[in-house]
Unconditional design. Structure first.
Length: 75
């Protein structure tokens, strides 16, 4: 499992995308974003990254089933 950009972790890549594009995020959008960034993401790890970003205030959970988050604007 080799990443195309080994200097950028999946977490860092997803956080950058969330901050850049904003909007709503779910597992599918996150997986697509990570694949586009050259990673080989797994569902479970991606969901954990989303939870971590929510805990840090980058995302806010807006729906429980299916789980969806919205990016917090830093205006």
């Amino acid at each position: 499992m080799t990443e195309a950009t080994p200097t950028t972790s999946q977490r860092a890549a997803l956080e950058q995308a969330v901050r850049t594009y904003g909007g709503y995020w779910d597992t599918e959008r996150s997986l697509r974003t990570l694949r586009d960034a050259g990673h080989d993401p797994q569902d479970k790890r991606t969901r954990q990254i989303l939870r971590d970003l929510a805990q840090e205030g980058v995302l806010t959970k807006v729906e429980d089933w299916p789980v969806r988050y919205v990016a917090v604007r830093a205006d």
